[in-house]
Design a protein around this ligand. Structure first.
Ligand code: TMP
Ligand code: MG
Length: 208
């Protein structure tokens, strides 16, 4: 029987170092001969992703609910591919996922958590969520902060509060204010342990 891969998700507010960690994690696992695929959400270069990219850069506007559904559609668009990869033993490293969808939309206060979760219900559920945090003073001085529409400290604090309500026992909070290699050393054993632990377990589904 093929052992399934694990779903490892990196989450957090803007500029906390998610992509750096997720890429290093993928690279490091590949070097150790684990089968790994990296997925960054939103995808940005697909048909749906192009619309999302225009919205984030402020070039086109969308109604709050419409953009929420586009972010979700972006995930559903790769969900079959993700399930196939998992079943063939590939571990998925997700750079943002449905938790971003809910945290950022709920932070707008125009949509309830329940409404925000509904479109992502049934997607594969991450086995481990690495939730990165950093103080406002660290985040606001990181390169590029403020370039996209959600990147203000006021909105980010609402996003962080929304993330708090999504945490369950699969979440591990990591302070990400220093060297990313130190963070990698910190999370790697946990990731490997998770890959081993879930390999013979069924794939779980989110929010059903
Ligand atoms: P990033 O590519 O730098 O991670 O930025 C993506 C932005 O989109 C970030 O501000 C978070 C936001 N976002 C949502 O609002 N909903 C979502 O579902 C996702 C994946 C991201
Ligand atoms: Mg960003």
């Amino acid at each position: 029987m093929v052992r399934r891969g694990a779903v490892i998700c990196v989450e957090g507010a803007d500029k906390v170092g998610k992509s750096s960690l997720a890429l290093k994690l993928s690279e490091s696992l590949s070097k150790e001969c684990f089968k790994v695929e990296y997925h960054k959400f939103p995808k940005r270069e697909t048909l749906i992703g192009t619309l999302i990219n225009g919205y984030l850069s402020g070039r086109n506007a969308f109604n709050d609910r419409a953009i929420h559904l586009l972010f979700s559609a972006d995930r559903w668009d790769v969900s079959d591919q993700m399930e196939k990869q998992l079943q063939s033993g590939v571990t998925l490293i997700l750079d943002r996922y449905a938790f971003s969808g809910v945290a950022y939309s709920a932070a707008k206060s125009t949509m309830s958590f329940e409404w925000c979760k509904a479109p992502d219900s049934g997607l594969v559920k991450p086995d481990l969520v690495l939730y990165l945090t950093a103080s406002d003073s660290v985040i606001s001085t990181r390169n590029g902060f403020g370039d996209e529409i959600y990147e203000s400290l006021d909105f980010q604090s609402k996003v962080k509060a929304a993330y708090e309500t999504l945490k369950d026992d699969t979440w591990k909070t990591i302070v990400s204010e220093r060297n990313i290699d130190d963070t990698l050393v910190q999370v790697l054993p946990l990731v490997k342990e998770t890959i081993e632990k879930v390999s013979s377990k069924p794939i779980e589904k989110l929010w059903i």
